[in-house]
Design a protein around this ligand. Structure first.
Ligand SMILES: NC(=O)c1ccc[n+]([C@@H]2O[C@H](COP(=O)([O-])OP(=O)(O)OC[C@H]3O[C@@H](n4cnc5c(N)ncnc54)[C@H](OP(=O)(O)O)[C@@H]3O)[C@@H](O)[C@H]2O)c1
Length: 334
């Protein structure tokens, strides 16, 4: 499996990474119940195929995602690159230290490879948070400092603290291209690797839903769908006609190129310069087997252009807001 560098960290990650948000989930959680036996099989199967990056967060299922990943990695920790995230409300220095220690404990490890600020800091001092992260790094508790959902203004402010930021993790897929407008070029300019999250738009770009109305309501909360749909909070009109055209066009290109639609979506994101790892949520062995081959697909420049052209009207309609859960006025990515 192709590995790509994470900024100046010296850490190389597989071009396909495993998103662990669902892990440790119970019936009432966002992704529903997740069996540990499936997590164990996926994590070990991924390592066997050369996938080394695993992405979790303290917020995922109240820490149970970290615990579940830690269990699955027992005996094989050294083969993995673990990324976890501290929530933006926990960045006051002493609290940040406590939360880092709690993540280490749940993961059952004494170092975190890549430690992310999950969203930009709004309440606490930005320089103090980055100074604390630098201390944690020099103590060996974290190997690399990273951010997530940081827009150009937030990234610039973070860099002004003098911190070495190795990764910015952002939503990026064929239907969610806002980062191309400003953040992706800025990350490339500063040698900050981009990790692309939600590459299947929560499964939707795999083509498994016949119509938009077949998609479970909690997966239609994003800007792509009408703000009047249940569970939505963004208050914008959405872009449902453009979404239908994108899905129909992807089906056609998938047939023409003889590449499964899920792999087409993943391979497009991997083909984009600046992207180091594409983080896909994988809940069972079947999904690992469906997604992993995407790492071996090298789309021709013509196919990438065809997909770019197909999704351009959707990009134009949704605009440059890279917070796909909130309307532009309340965007947390600035
Ligand atoms: N930094 C952030 O703020 C942030 C935000 C969101 C996500 N993330 C990270 O990015 C990771 C990936 O994002 P995501 O899980 O939200 O979205 P995703 O990767 O686009 O979608 C993953 C979901 O789609 C389904 N799926 C996976 N492979 C499939 C296939 N081949 N065919 C059909 N369905 C398939 C699975 O759910 P079902 O089986 O239930 O359908 C899976 O949980 C997360 O796990 C998390 O680590 C980070």
């Amino acid at each position: 499996m192709d590995k790509r560098p994470c900024g100046k960290s010296g850490i190389d990650v597989s071009v396909l990474g495993i998103g662990c948000w669902a892990y440790g989930g119970e019936e009432e959680d966002y992704w529903g119940a997740q069996a540990q036996s499936d997590v164990d099989v996926v994590v070990r199967g991924a390592l066997d195929q050369g996938i080394n990056y695993f992405d979790t967060a303290e917020a995922y299922n109240d820490g149970r995602s970290e615990e579940s990943l830690g269990k699955a990695l027992r005996g094989r920790r050294g083969e993995a690159v673990i990324g976890t995230k501290v929530s933006p409300g926990n960045t006051e220095p002493s609290v940040l230290r406590e939360h880092c220690d709690a993540s280490l404990q749940r993961l059952g490890t004494d170092y975190i490879d890549i430690y992310f600020l999950h969203w930009a800091i709004t309440k606490h001092s930005v320089p103090d948070a980055f100074a604390t992260l630098a201390e944690l790094q020099s103590e060996g508790k974290i190997r690399s400092i990273a951010v997530s959902n940081f827009g150009p203004k937030q990234l610039t402010e973070a860099l002004e603290t003098g911190a070495r930021i190795d990764v910015n993790q952002l939503c990026y897929n064929l239907a969610s291209r806002a980062i191309e407008v400003g953040i992706l070029p800025l990350c490339r300019q500063h040698d900050i690797a981009v990790f692309a999250y939600m590459p299947l738009l929560q499964g939707i770009l795999s083509g498994k839903y016949e119509t938009l109305d077949d998609i479970p309501p909690e997966r239609t909360r994003t800007l792509h769908f009408s703000g009047e749909r249940p569970e939505s909070r963004h208050g914008e009109p959405g872009a449902e006609e453009e979404m239908c055209r994108v899905l129909a066009g992807m089906r056609e290109i998938s047939r023409e190129e003889d590449i499964a639609m899920d792999q087409l979506a993943l391979a497009w994101t991997m083909a984009k310069p600046g992207v180091a790892s594409v983080l896909v949520g994988v809940r069972n062995m079947q999904q690992l087997e469906a997604n992993a081959p995407a790492a071996d697909i090298s789309l021709s420049p013509e196919t990438v252009t065809k997909l770019d052209e197909l999704t351009e009207p959707l990009l134009q309609k949704l605009g440059a807001n890279a917070d796909y859960f909130q309307g532009a006025a309340n965007s947390r990515v600035r």
